[in-house]
Design a protein. Structure first.
Length: 122
């Protein structure tokens, strides 16, 4: 695999580990209050009724992002060793872990699809 693809996996790992920091637009409650990061959720007033829901969402994004990044590291290690089967397995798991956040995170599914397309051409 190319150096470019290795860089893409490294970028995905870094991005995945920062999901809760960089965030994306998410709304909570009937007034659709936007809370776009863990830091923002934690800074909501204690009396904001959906504060805990927002914090839980972003904590889950943080945990999920770290789990996906751990699997991404396995893909990266396998990629550097030329073990494409292990790369496939690890990237599959990354996009599987990402599923609850795929529409917003857009990190692992595009990378996995690119890998499958490249591998099909080999």
């Amino acid at each position: 695999m190319s150096e470019d693809f290795i860089n893409q996996v490294e970028e995905a790992i870094a991005s995945s580990r920062k999901w809760a920091e960089t965030g994306w637009p998410v709304t909570f409650g009937p007034r659709n209050v936007e809370v776009s990061s863990l830091k923002q959720a934690q800074s909501l007033p204690k009396n904001f009724i959906f504060r805990q829901e927002a914090a839980n969402y972003w904590n889950q994004a943080k945990l999920t992002g770290n789990d996906a990044a751990d699997s991404g590291q396995k893909a990266l290690d396998a990629l550097k060793k030329g073990n494409l089967s292990a790369v496939d397995n690890a990237l599959y798991f990354c996009q599987f872990i990402e599923k609850p956040f795929t529409e917003d995170a857009k990190t692992w599914l595009p990378l996995y699809e690119a890998f499958k397309g490249t591998r099909a051409g080999l």
